[in-house]
Design a protein around this ligand. Structure first.
Ligand code: NAD
Length: 416
């Protein structure tokens, strides 16, 4: 089975289990699983190739899943594999994330099936602006607020904000993840990794794992993995292994994150980091350690390697890094898992803070943003942990239950 199918099966399993526990009727389940609106648009762009201008058409999507608790919110990805099925599943996940962290947003996702690496800046700008024009009737500062995702970045958000503002007045709050000069938020870049580290620390404290005695292994050293590594090292944890797409590096005595960052800046990879030994991405997951942070891809921990994982605590920085069958095996062995739904929610939380700052025209400093992020994440973690403890269920079950219950209540109260 390919990874996309495994992820869909995993998500279906976790949701079905929560629906059963909440005793939801068939009609309620159908409503909660259905998209509010699914939009597909054609995005024409003239591309300049081999000295010739040729018109190309790309397929664009925006799925607005549920807005019972607030405007739709979710990223836009530019990637060749983008399709309605994938965008639909990701839009749903956003609904549960925003509900779990209790911010007044619903869930959405969008994207264009395109390889942005094949476009020059002029073409990428034209694509971003044309896609924004096509989405303009369904997005809005209080309706649907896009953000960056795979293949998009603050510059793409700046073009979209400019395009939307041409016909709606100056509207910084129409997208989040903007450059700082255009209303982007301090702390947004590191928010997800910072949140991962904060929640790892909360969970470790609950398990009486002292930072200086806790070895940490992180797979993926991109935006999320690197900022999680920085924050965990600052809290006193010993990061013993790191990896990127080219492979991993390990040193039982601990790795200096500053040296790793400098090495990757200079060489574009962690490979060859002085003072470390090489290790494959697969072996890295099975290293003896207290805390494992998968921060790269989905479905990296499956039935095939779950029993070989030695970590006591796994913090899912990536979306769906553990399949549902592997999750069962790990939970049975007493491994504590902070689920993706909770672990990487710092990103959308910081997006919410950016939107609030834009609406108020009142920017906050980095300390305020990260301070509010930490206290909101702590409250969310505590609510999940209390429910898990009361019901004798794991953190993932509790997180899904809490999120679904909030959405279901809002749906019912509004009389949808
Ligand atoms: P990124 O592209 O910045 O970094 C990804 C890292 O994973 C890189 O170090 C890359 O080399 C590595 N990688 C890629 N393929 C790999 C492979 N086959 N094996 C091992 N490592 C591999 O991405 P990111 O923004 O850090 O996101 C990481 C994960 O976190 C993704 O699953 C993403 O969906 C999720 N996530 C990110 C955010 C965010 O705010 N960036 C928010 C929520 C969830």
């Amino acid at each position: 089975m390919d990874k996309k199918c495994i992820c869909e099966e995993t998500q279906r399993y976790f949701l079905g289990r929560a629906f059963d526990r909440l005793n939801l009727k068939e009609a309620q389940r159908t409503l909660l699983l259905s998209s509010f609106r699914e939009t597909r648009v054609t995005v024409p762009v003239t591309l300049h190739h081999n000295g010739e201008d040729t018109l190309h058409t790309f397929q664009g999507y925006r799925v607005q899943h549920n807005h019972a608790r607030g405007p739709f919110k979710g990223g836009l990805r530019f990637h060749p594999d983008v399709n309605m099925g994938e965008i639909r599943a990701l839009a749903q996940l956003m609904t549960w994330k925003t509900a779990l962290v209790d911010i007044p947003f619903g869930g959405a996702k969008g994207g264009v099936a395109v390889d942005p690496q094949q476009l020059n800046d002029t073409e990428l700008e034209a694509l971003s602006r044309r896609f924004c024009q096509k989405m303009a009737p369904i997005i809005g500062v209080h309706d649907d607020i896009p953000a960056p995702d795979i293949g998009t970045n603050p510059q793409v958000m700046a073009w979209m904000m400019d395009e939307y503002s041409k016909s709606h007045g100056y509207q910084t709050a129409i997208v989040t993840g903007k450059p700082m000069e255009l209303g982007g938020s301090a702390g947004r870049l590191e928010a997800t990794g910072h949140g991962v580290a904060h929640l790892a620390h909360k969970a470790a404290q609950g398990m009486a794992l002292a930072p200086e005695q806790s070895r940490v292994v992180i797979q993926g050293f991109g935006n999320v993995g690197s900022h999680a590594a920085i924050a965990l090292a600052n809290k006193g944890y010993k990061v013993i292994a790191l990896s990127d797409v080219n492979g991993g590096v390990v040193n039982e005595a601990g790795i200096s994150i500053d040296h790793a960052l400098a090495h990757i800046t200079e060489n574009g990879t962690l490979t060859g980091l002085p003072g470390t030994a090489p290790i494959s991405n697969a072996d890295l997951l099975e290293l003896p350690c207290e805390i494992l942070v998968p921060a790269a891809l989905e479905a990296t921990i499956t039935c095939d390697n779950a029993d070989a994982i030695q970590a006591k605590l796994i913090v899912e920085a990536a979306n769906m890094p553990i399949t549902h069958r592997a999750d069962g095996q790990l939970v049975q062995r007493g491994v504590v898992i902070v689920p993706d739904l909770l672990a990487n929610v710092g990103g959308v939380l910081a997006s919410y803070y950016e939107w609030v700052q834009n609406l108020q025209q009142f920017p906050w400093d980095r300390e305020t943003v990260l301070g509010r992020l930490e206290s909101r994440l702590s409250r969310t973690y505590d609510a999940v942990a209390i429910l898990a403890n009361e019901r004798k269920i794991d953190l993932r079950c509790a997180a899904y239950e809490l999120a679904i219950r909030r959405v279901e209540q809002a749906v019912r109260l509004r009389g949808f």
